[in-house]
Ligand binder design. Structure first.
Ligand code: TYD
Ligand code: MG
Length: 486
């Protein structure tokens, strides 16, 4: 036996109190038995390391657990942010009721009365044994209730409406929010209680209260959606115990939030077919493929600095794609306001959506609708080349499952077989050509002539197409001819 492996009974005297035979062995599970800096622990076989050292516990709300990477970790603090009315209280009431199967859960209702919450729970079918409530905005009262119940899950709704009377500042002030969060985080760590704090965000998406709150917690979840529509999405912007790539999708209905079983189908349900400026992109959100419709609208600008309005993709990505379209596909959007959005407000950060965005823009500009059976994906490089993306097969399968049978893809994407036709494109210019959106070039050029040209040229454009421009087929919008203004 090596001295580093001596059990405590062999150490003998406690170096602290000098008594003999009083040492008790403790296993540091949080560290997984691995070596400590300066310590003497032995290496352990990699295969023997527990796969879930955090011991997260599923709440039973599938889409919430998906975002959390399994569930809530005992002793962790999670901040759930979202605009008022988006459904934070509903989600956490459902989670508290569901998690009560594993141990008592406590709701600290600082905004609503116990009766209100009970009525809501009845309506949601969330009135269960083991789910407790204390309706108070007083921090010491809340902590006392939590201390006596010792819940497995503590929900504080909200951190902006709970206050510590020993502080002179107002409830909801920066100091109150920070101090209360700190006290609750301390309670969570000391007692091992999984704690969720609700935080309202302001209209511009900033978590009200100090930003330091985000540093104080282990996980920050963001609950978003359009209050007037049923779709809600949950994502993690910070997660100490897992990845932040997953999104949870819910529908808000009469009986609260219901996780979407087939999100792609729901996202495409309201699709308006045969309209220019629309195409579907198969994207990978976390580990799940999703079909997201990208819509673009272009309008002749009246301003010297045209607008670039974007929802669902990073604004910098749109700026890059607009620049690449001009340089590599001869489509200048300098004289056009540009609006791009993903339907359902789904945020897509992966560049695999690039090709769909560029094609939607070319379609909007040309007035030519992309056939409704087509999907497109691929990252666009600065030179206009279409690059490989991960998981091409899963994207194509998801598209095929929802009835799409043609996909514009990066050049070396293997054909998945079946009825899906893969149209490989090496560059964005090629993809635009394949879909017959070349008219976008003509419209962009015509507009540039109008902007830079004399009145006479403008008049010429009004009456007949400029020389070299093909006459448009009947039924297609007379693009390029409606550009005269001022
Ligand atoms: P709520 O959870 O109170 O939002 P938050 O806590 O984020 O402010 O949800 C409020 C909205 O949700 C409200 O407009 C009503 C709607 N709602 C439903 O549509 N169905 C339901 O079953 C519930 C409970 C709420
Ligand atoms: Mg609420």
């Amino acid at each position: 036996m090596q001295c580093g492996t001596l059990a405590p009974q062999w150490v003998g005297q406690c170096p602290g109190c000098r008594s003999w035979g009083s040492l008790i062995e403790e296993v540091d599970r949080a560290r997984g038995g691995g070596p400590r800096p300066g310590g003497g622990a032995l290496p352990v076989p990699l295969a023997g390391v527990a796969t879930d050292p955090t011991g997260s516990r599923a709440t039973g709300i599938g889409e919430l657990d998906r975002v959390l990477g399994g569930g809530l970790v005992p002793g962790s603090v999670t901040l759930l942010g979202g605009e008022p009315g988006i459904g934070k209280s509903t989600l956490l009431l459902q989670a508290a009721a569901s998690a009560a199967r594993n141990g008592p859960t406590l709701l600290v209702a600082a905004e609503e009365s116990a009766e209100q919450v009970r009525r809501r729970a009845e309506r949601l079918g969330a009135l269960v044994n083991g789910c407790y409530i204390v309706a108070t905005g007083d921090l010491p009262t809340a902590l006392e209730a939590a201390g006596s119940l010792q819940p497995a899950l503590l929900v504080v709704d909200s951190i902006q409406t709970i206050g510590d009377p020993s502080l002179t500042s107002q409830v909801g002030s920066t100091t109150q929010v920070r101090e209360c969060a700190q006290a609750l985080a301390h309670f969570a760590k000391v007692t091992g209680t999984a704690t969720v704090l609700v935080g309202h965000v302001t209209k511009d998406g900033v978590l009200a209260g100090p930003r330091t709150l985000e540093h104080l917690v282990d996980t920050v979840l963001s609950f978003e959606g359009d209050r007037h529509h049923a779709l809600r999405h949950l994502s993690a912007t910070k997660h100490r115990y897992g990845t932040t790539g997953e999104i949870g999708l819910f529908e808000m209905g009469e009986r609260g939030l219901v996780g979407l079983i087939d999100p792609s189908a729901v996202l495409l349900a309201d699709r308006h077919r045969g309209v220019a400026g629309s195409i579907v992109a198969p994207v990978i959100e976390g580990r799940r493929p999703l079909l997201v419709e990208v819509q673009a609208l272009v309008g002749e600008t009246r301003s010297s600095s045209p607008r670039r309005v974007v929802q669902g993709i990073p604004p910098a990505r749109l700026a890059l794609l607009v620049a690449v379209l001009e340089r590599s596909a001869d489509i200048s959007l300098r004289s056009f306001d540009v609006f791009v959005s993903t339907v359902g407000g789904i945020k897509v950060v992966e560049p695999a959506i690039d090709v769909a965005v560029a094609l939607a823009l070319a379609s909007a500009l040309s007035g030519v609708a992309i056939p409704e059976n087509v999907v497109a994906f691929g990252e666009i490089g600065l030179g206009g080349e279409i690059r490989q993306t991960r998981s091409a097969g899963r994207r194509l399968s998801e598209a095929a499952r929802l009835g799409f049978d043609r996909a514009v893809t990066p050049a070396s994407t293997p054909s998945p077989g079946g009825t899906m036709e893969v149209v490989q494109a090496a560059t964005i210019a090629e993809a635009i050509g394949v879909l017959g959106l070349g008219d976008a070039r003509r419209r962009a050029r015509a507009r540039t002539v109008v902007q830079g040209g004399a009145a006479g040229q403008t008049e010429g454009l009004r009456g007949r197409p400029a020389a070299g421009n093909p006459i448009q087929p009947a039924g297609r919008p007379r693009i390029g001819l409606s550009v005269v203004r001022d």
